[in-house]
Write a protein that binds this ligand. Structure first.
Ligand code: HEM
Length: 179
């Protein structure tokens, strides 16, 4: 199963190589002065925006930060940063992915990053929506309070995992030496 997915991704990476989107990404990264570090800076600043908002919300729900701030208010104020940062991350990250699809599509650490990112985003979305629908949603019953804490703990682990995987993408060869 894993081998099949790996093969599909490798084929996709091969097909994208030489495609218009690949040629565009290679062209702009190579010809627009300063673009690669600029795009990378956008990626890093967006990571900071996401982590600075969601981690604070998670820590608040877990009772580990800002005890005087209502969790619902914090969620309402900080979560928009997550929804703005995600498209910036996707655009900045995909430019590099499309520039070297063969490199990234076979990178298992990038796969781990997306496997963690997907549930992290789903949890954040569900948590935000339910809080937006009712300020006291997570406070109404003991079960919901426990659920909120469980979600916050999972979310924290997932986002930290995404950041670690993001950084380790560059070191995949050391983590998984080519045979
Ligand atoms: C949404 C789609 C995303 C795509 C397509 C993407 C893609 C990439 C790519 C291609 C790199 C460069 C890897 C390398 O060769 O060194 C990277 C780096 C990184 N990404 Fe993402 N990424 C995305 C989202 C995220 C998110 C949500 C986070 C964390 C909240 C994140 C955190 C990082 C980190 C920490 C690095 C390392 C930056 C560095 O040290 O230079 N990425 N990403």
């Amino acid at each position: 199963m894993t081998e099949t997915i790996g093969q599909i991704l490798a084929d996709l990476g091969g097909q994208l190589t030489g495609s218009p989107v690949n040629r565009f990404a290679v062209y702009v990264l190579g010809n627009v002065p300063g673009l690669p570090p600029l795009v990378q800076t956008v990626h890093i600043l967006s990571v900071a925006a996401i982590m600075g908002s969601i981690v604070l919300v998670d820590l608040r729900v877990l009772g580990l930060a800002l005890p005087s701030q209502p969790a619902s208010e914090l969620t309402r104020r900080l979560m928009p940063w997550v929804w703005w940062a995600l498209p910036c991350l996707a655009l900045s990250g995909l430019l590099f992915v499309f520039a070297r699809p063969r490199r990234y599509f076979v990178n298992p650490v990038l796969g781990v990053k997306f496997a963690l990112l997907l549930p992290a985003v789903v949890l954040a979305f569900a948590f935000h929506r339910l809080t937006a629908s009712d300020d006291q949603f997570w406070e109404r019953t003991r079960v919901r309070r426990t659920m909120a804490r469980a979600i916050a703990a999972c979310s924290l682990c997932l986002w930290v995992g995404v950041v670690l995987a993001g950084r380790w993408v560059a070191y995949a060869d050391y983590l998984f030496p080519p045979e």
